[in-house]
Design a protein. Structure first.
Length: 172
């Protein structure tokens, strides 16, 4: 059930959005294209992205309900009107990260030498007492400690996801 106050705030937001849109559409800045032609393409892309996001949102909610059972269903219902904007923002973030990945030419290591050199350097430093003395004297031990905590946290999150349980294993 939607509370009357929620409907009122949604109506006010919609009215403000319509007023702001009308006010800003009247402004025209110097450009080489006639008004509206560039915005139609952008509007079409935005609508396509929204339709795709809505399709995946429905799929994600169903998968969440299946995996999480009653808790997932309650979570999906609790999101209510926020579900659509969240899914849309996640899809936009995903596309943005894809563009960054391509623009920065990021790629996983393609040779075994890259792995072996990285881990041999780590092992050589970890087993060398002189290295530990140097970082203790220079104060760089805080940076190493933070990296260790980050690595441990990533490991624990992977464990939780793998077990599909926060504590222990589900033995049904």
């Amino acid at each position: 059930m939607v509370r009357p106050s929620t409907r009122l705030t949604q109506a006010i937001r919609h009215t403000r959005f319509a007023q702001n849109t009308a006010r800003h559409q009247s402004k025209r800045f110097a450009s080489s294209t006639p008004g509206g032609s560039g915005t139609e393409g952008a509007q079409k892309k935005a609508e396509d992205a929204l339709a795709t996001a809505q399709k995946y949102a429905g799929d994600a909610v169903n998968v969440g309900k299946r995996w999480l059972g009653p808790v997932g269903e309650k979570l999906g219902n609790a999101l209510g009107a926020y579900r659509q904007p969240l899914v849309y923002n996640f899809s936009v973030a995903k596309e943005f990260l894809k563009q960054v990945y391509v623009a920065e030419r990021l790629q996983p290591p393609t040779s075994v030498n890259a792995f072996t050199s990285a881990y041999s350097t780590l092992w050589a430093r970890a087993s060398n007492p002189q290295y530990w003395r140097e970082i203790a004297q220079s104060g760089e031990w805080t940076k190493v400690g933070i990296y260790a905590i980050e690595a441990y946290g990533i490991f624990k999150v992977g464990e939780i996801v793998g077990r599909r349980s926060l504590v222990g294993y589900n033995l049904n």
